[in-house]
Design a protein around this ligand. Structure first.
Ligand SMILES: O=C(O)CCC(=O)C(=O)O
Ligand SMILES: [Fe+2]
Length: 488
């Protein structure tokens, strides 16, 4: 990765996209009739926690989400090439240049279309001596251009048939019209978030609803051109393209707020359907020990947030583990991990719930469920419906932290792996099984790239089998929009 400043910033590298190979950038249902992930008792904790988070932001105890700023990179190429238009030159920071080479495209394109995910390449064109529009050499892409050429890979699909259009103006609104028509982008609705456009590194550049003044327009256009390879997520939040099972992508995380060091991690695709990614060594052993120690005094047998059809049933019908929510306020270690989680997912820290720590003793488990809130299951629960704004807001992804190794059992299972039908018995531990490993985290997406609930994200915790084993883990739930508090 090329960076113009000596200060290292978060980024990703991709070169090739071979199954199982690390890649580098050249220069990234429900149980029987359904419990829902969040405990009713824990639902109260959840709401209180969210309120506290909001209060904290309001009073400035926590820093605002600087993730995207922090992730912005000035590539040496973009800087040395910024000799053209004044708007380009005056850009404060531009995303890292990820050229649309075959190797880089291979790290973003899939063998089958992905709903709601698109890749767009942006080329600068200039009129040559014969009056023909020709692409500008990469190092001159920020210079005055006659137009830009957009190449669409709808559904992030590596199809041979790709669409190209030219845009003559330097106006984001004109580019937007081409994107909307070329990719059939769905507009924001009362139950759908606006779409957003990202650099290949997951930096949000602009969104459907953003209103840009002239300066912002110029900066946005420079960002599009300097990035070259762009990603659009119709749900409005970054999602790491899975590419294929076994695909590995190395990314650099934002520096730690405690040590100032940044580290590289490898994101491995465990499953495409549902999308499950695994990151070993994300948490240090000492951090895992610290979280368990901090959570231990308040651990209680977990509840579940009952769906309409399950009212009156005990939580232990589905879940026999203990849990507690832990706030990060005034806790630099937890706060550092939250920011690292935001850097890993490229989803702002404002979208996070407090971490929910879990403990399973021998035989304890959690039957298959979804982490999202399906509005159709909460028709008699106005509190939940209000919280999720009738479905517009929802849990987007789970970053699941494994705090201990478990010798036997205790896997996280995904019974619908590969698109399998819903299991007949939700307590059966079937499908993809992820073994707990201290410090490892997995990311699974409850909503797909289009922002819709993904029924295949059904998952559960297999019973712990070893007599000596205790499984400690934690849910870090990320929402598709900033958290807000709705009084019960
Ligand atoms: O413990 C696990 O592996 C999964 C737990 C889970 O899905 C949850 O708490 O929502
Ligand atoms: Fe879950």
């Amino acid at each position: 990765m090329a960076a113009s400043s000596s200060k290292k910033k978060a980024g990703t590298k991709v070169t090739k996209v071979k199954k199982g190979a690390v890649s580098y950038y050249g220069a990234g249902d429900t149980p029987p009739s359904n419990s829902k992930p969040n405990d009713r008792p824990a639902g109260v904790h959840f709401a209180t926690a969210s309120f506290a988070v909001l209060l904290c932001f309001a009073c400035g105890v926590l820093s605002p989400p600087l993730l995207h700023l922090r992730d912005e990179l000035l590539s040496s190429q973009s800087v040395s090439a910024a000799s053209g238009s004044s708007s380009d030159r005056h850009s404060l920071s531009l995303p890292q240049h990820v050229p649309c080479t075959k190797a880089n495209l291979d790290s973003f394109l899939h063998s089958a279309p992905v709903k709601g995910l698109h890749v767009v390449c942006v080329e600068s064109l200039q009129v040559d001596d014969d009056g023909n529009e020709v692409p500008l050499a990469a190092e001159r892409r920020l210079e005055t251009r006659s137009s830009i050429r957009l190449t669409f890979y709808k559904g992030a699909h590596a199809a041979r048939l790709k669409r190209r259009v030219n845009v003559k103006s330097n106006s984001w609104e004109d580019v937007k019209v081409k994107l909307v028509t070329g990719l059939s982008l769905m507009p924001e609705t009362p139950i759908l978030q606006p779409w957003a456009l990202f650099s290949a590194m997951g930096d949000r550049i602009v969104g459907e609803r953003d209103k840009l003044n002239n300066e912002m327009n110029d900066r946005t256009m420079s960002s599009l051109v300097s990035s070259e390879l762009l990603v659009i997520a119709e749900g409005g939040n970054w999602i790491w393209p899975g590419v294929s099972e076994g695909f590995r992508r190395e990314i650099e995380l934002a520096p730690s707020t405690i040590t100032g060091n940044s580290k590289n991690v490898t994101i491995e695709t465990l499953s495409m359907k549902p999308l499950v990614l695994s990151i070993s060594g994300f948490l240090a052993d000492e951090e895992c020990d610290y979280i368990m120690e901090k959570a231990a005094p308040t651990m209680k047998y977990s509840g579940v947030s009952l769906k309409d059809a399950d009212k009156g049933r005990p939580a232990s019908d589905w879940r026999t583990s203990q849990s507690t929510f832990v706030a990060a306020m005034g806790d630099p270690i937890l706060r550092d991990i939250e920011l690292r989680t935001a850097s890993l997912t490229r989803v702002p820290v404002t979208h996070q719930e407090f971490v929910q720590v879990l403990r399973y003793g021998v035989t304890e488990k959690y039957d298959a469920h979804h982490d999202f809130f399906d509005p159709s299951s909460y028709r008699s629960d106005p509190g939940t419906l209000q919280l999720i704004e009738n479905g517009k807001k929802n849990r987007y992804a789970t970053v699941f932290w494994y705090l201990t190794d478990v010798a036997r059992g205790g896997e996280t299972c995904f019974p619908r792996h590969g698109g399998a039908p819903p299991p007949r018995d939700f307590s059966m531990c079937t499908g993809l099984k992820v073994k707990p490993q201290k410090g490892k985290v997995i990311i699974f997406y409850s909503l797909d790239a289009s922002g819709e609930m993904d029924p295949l994200s059904l998952h559960g915790a297999c019973p712990v089998l070893g007599k000596e084993d205790i499984k400690w883990a934690a849910n870090k739930w990320l929402w598709n929009a900033p958290m807000s508090y709705v009084p019960p």
